[in-house]
Design a protein around this ligand. Structure first.
Ligand SMILES: *[C@@H]1O[C@H](CO)[C@@H](O)[C@H](O)[C@H]1NC(C)=O
Ligand SMILES: *[C@@H]1O[C@H](CO)[C@@H](O)[C@H](O)[C@H]1NC(C)=O
Ligand SMILES: *[C@@H]1O[C@H](CO)[C@@H](O)[C@H](O)[C@H]1NC(C)=O
Ligand SMILES: *[C@@H]1O[C@H](CO)[C@@H](O)[C@H](O)[C@H]1NC(C)=O
Ligand SMILES: *[C@@H]1O[C@H](CO)[C@@H](O)[C@H](O)[C@H]1NC(C)=O
Ligand SMILES: *[C@@H]1O[C@H](CO)[C@@H](O)[C@H](O)[C@H]1NC(C)=O
Ligand SMILES: *[C@@H]1O[C@H](CO)[C@@H](O)[C@H](O)[C@H]1NC(C)=O
Ligand SMILES: *[C@@H]1O[C@H](CO)[C@@H](O)[C@H](O)[C@H]1NC(C)=O
Ligand SMILES: *[C@@H]1O[C@H](CO)[C@@H](O)[C@H](O)[C@H]1NC(C)=O
Ligand SMILES: *[C@@H]1O[C@H](CO)[C@@H](O)[C@H](O)[C@H]1NC(C)=O
Ligand SMILES: *[C@@H]1O[C@H](CO)[C@@H](O)[C@H](O)[C@H]1NC(C)=O
Ligand SMILES: *[C@@H]1O[C@H](CO)[C@@H](O)[C@H](O)[C@H]1NC(C)=O
Length: 487
């Protein structure tokens, strides 16, 4: 009998606990998602879907938000419809913090009309038809979020947003803007300028300069390159990422050199490779610069004091190089190019006004076949040591390669006042011929002399053996200290 009350109590306790877990716990859980549904909880960027618009049958096109009493939403209005709507919805401009106006049709939105909305934190005019934005906010306006997305806006007056010192979020996506309007100079701003087809790269490039701007919708942010934005195709839409990479490249250039993109190699499915043009002209360099940035395709080191081409074959950062311009230097030899990756792949090699004394044609021989019609080599104004070989071999070789060596007739001789192309092999090589003939005469004379000597010695010996005396002049020769050897 005693046991029953206890079990009854236990049972009651258990059911109470069960009841608690079924009623309170779900409440707690439900409290989690609730705040995100409250538009006032995120007053920074007040944005309501189309379904929250006043009903189509409603004559008043604006209404105060059912949950958030300081927010107003208006839909499908023109200029007069907007002011009527705000009036009929009893909107008090003093204590409104957020407005979202969907599908407004305005040729001009004058921001100066909103100077009386002192407490406005979030302003959104979206999904409508607005051509221009003019006027400006009052100084120190509290607005921190502006959304002018999807209106086909062509122009925003230059100083329109300049006074928004509290701006944190600016959405200008899906409009028809050619440039990014000016807004506060410092502080983090999250900016969305995606889907503006006429956006100019110069303007985007200026905006990128600031590190405190975060781009939203990066993948859909691009710009139109123009003639002044030289390296891109004029009708191409250039993705934001590529503008950023180009600037990166400029920053990471080899010391005392300037780096520029040469062109983009687009490989489908991969991010494009930027081929780099590095220029280090007139820097008093005595050797080739190293290391070059990755994917350096062209290098201009003209007007320096470089003596050797060694790094072209030895330095790994030169492996993508296909154009080398090294005019006006002190390079003495092309031999280091022999067997290099450069010499098998190059497009242009310019070594005019250097100190080449010889041109080893075998280094350059197999590179001008049919597959490499556009290859160019400049060798003009080098001063070679000229001889018969130069006149006979090099001159002819240069003539046959003149399509590839445009300045083939500008190569000078160091040891005579002539150009290689003007050398006359019959003259240069004739004098050499006389000289060799003269050598042969000497040799012939010497051989004759030797034969005569041997004959005379043999004759003297034969006379001495048969007649017992030495003929002249051997008989008249005084005894020499070495004569005892014979005796
Ligand atoms: C806004 O101000 C008006 C009067 O100035 C007041 O009647 C109204 O209740 C206020 N609304 C809110 C949401 O504070
Ligand atoms: C936008 O508003 C105009 C009236 O100003 C209306 O005719 C049009 O249907 C609306 N567009 C959308 C998509 O609701
Ligand atoms: C914008 O409105 C302000 C005052 O409300 C006015 O002075 C200005 O002329 C307007 N600007 C344009 C372009 O209409
Ligand atoms: C925007 O409005 C103008 C006239 O106000 C009209 O000519 C144009 O077709 C409209 N554009 C869109 C996309 O509705
Ligand atoms: C701005 O409005 C567009 C179009 O309604 C919307 O997609 C976007 O999320 C809004 N941006 C912000 C920052 O709320
Ligand atoms: C976009 O702007 C260009 C000029 O900047 C203009 O020619 C074009 O008609 C505009 N497009 C729209 C849809 O407003
Ligand atoms: C882009 O901006 C950088 C500085 O951030 C500047 O050096 C460069 O010249 C600009 N490019 C063009 C083409 O204007
Ligand atoms: C942007 O593109 C990159 C690579 O193409 C992709 O990994 C990323 O998910 C994209 N982001 C968005 C928001 O689409
Ligand atoms: C523009 O790009 C196309 C294809 O990418 C290329 O064939 C053409 O040569 C480029 N034009 C210039 C001027 O770079
Ligand atoms: C870069 O140029 C400056 C000034 O001409 C010079 O003092 C410096 O040594 C150079 N640096 C290199 C690595 O060539
Ligand atoms: C290399 O630089 C020199 C000096 O600045 C310049 O005259 C020459 O045109 C450049 N060569 C190329 C191919 O860019
Ligand atoms: C580099 O060459 C110039 C002329 O080309 C000369 O005046 C200068 O003295 C040279 N500098 C060095 C360090 O050799």
């Amino acid at each position: 009998m005693l046991k029953t009350p206890i079990s009854a109590q236990m049972w009651r306790l258990c059911s109470l606990l069960l009841l608690l877990s079924f009623t309170i716990l779900p409440c707690w859980c439900r409290m989690e998602p609730l705040p995100t549904e409250d538009p006032c909880d995120k007053p920074d960027c007040y944005h309501r879907p189309e379904t929250d618009c006043p009903a189509a049958t409603d004559i008043c096109r604006c209404k105060v938000d059912a949950i958030c009493k300081t927010a107003v939403i208006c839909c499908d209005v023109d200029a007069s419809g907007l002011s009527d709507g705000l009036a009929c919805a009893n909107v008090n401009r003093i204590n409104i913090s957020s407005i979202h106006i969907r599908n407004a049709t305005l040729s001009t939105l004058n921001l100066s009309d909103y100077t009386t909305w002192r407490g406005l934190v979030s302003m959104a005019f979206t999904d409508g038809n607005i051509t221009n934005i003019v006027g400006k906010f009052v100084k120190f306006a509290s607005t921190s979020c502006l959304n002018f997305s999807s209106n086909g806006i062509n122009r925003i007056e230059d100083r329109a947003l300049a006074n928004l010192y509290n701006l944190r979020e600016l959405d200008l996506s899906n409009n028809n803007l050619t440039d990014v309007p000016h807004f506060k100079k410092e502080g983090i701003v999250s900016l969305d300028i995606s889907d503006n087809k006429p956006m100019l790269c110069t303007s985007l490039n200026d905006t990128i300069r600031r590190s405190d701007i975060q781009f939203n919708n990066r993948n859909r942010t691009w710009c139109l390159s123009s003639k002044t934005f030289d390296w891109f195709n004029s009708t191409e839409l250039v993705p934001l990422e590529q503008i950023e990479r180009v600037n990166e490249l400029r920053k990471d250039c080899t010391i005392n050199c300037t780096c520029q993109p040469l062109r983009f190699d687009i490989v489908p499915g991969k991010s494009p490779i930027i081929n780099v043009y590095v220029s280090c002209t007139s820097q008093h360099l005595t050797e080739l610069p190293s290391p070059l940035p990755p994917n350096t395709k062209a290098l201009n080191v003209s007007f320096n004091n470089i003596t050797s081409l060694q790094p072209v074959s030895k330095d790994p950062s030169y492996q993508s190089l296909s154009e080398l311009y090294a005019d006006h230097n002190e390079i003495t030899s092309i031999l280091p190019l022999e067997g290099s990756k450069f010499i098998t792949n190059f497009v242009a090699l310019s070594l005019s006004h250097n100190k080449l004394e010889k041109i080893e044609t075998y280094v350059l021989t197999n590179i001008f076949d049919r597959n490499y019609n556009s290859r160019r080599v400049n060798l003009g104004h080098n001063k070679l040591l000229c001889d018969c070989n130069t006149a006979k071999v090099l001159k002819v070789w240069l003539m046959t390669k003149q399509k590839h060596i445009p300045d083939y007739d500008q190569i000078d001789c160091e040891n005579m006042d002539m150009k290689v192309s003007d050398l006359d092999p019959s003259k240069l090589c004739q004098s050499q011929h006389d000289w060799t003939d003269y050598i042969y005469y000497i040799i012939a004379t010497e051989v004759l002399l030797l034969v005569f000597l041997i004959a005379k010695v043999s004759y003297d010996y034969w006379i001495f053996k048969t007649a017992g005396y030495l003929p002249w002049p051997a008989s008249k020769m005084p005894k020499l200290p070495c004569d005892w050897l014979c005796e």
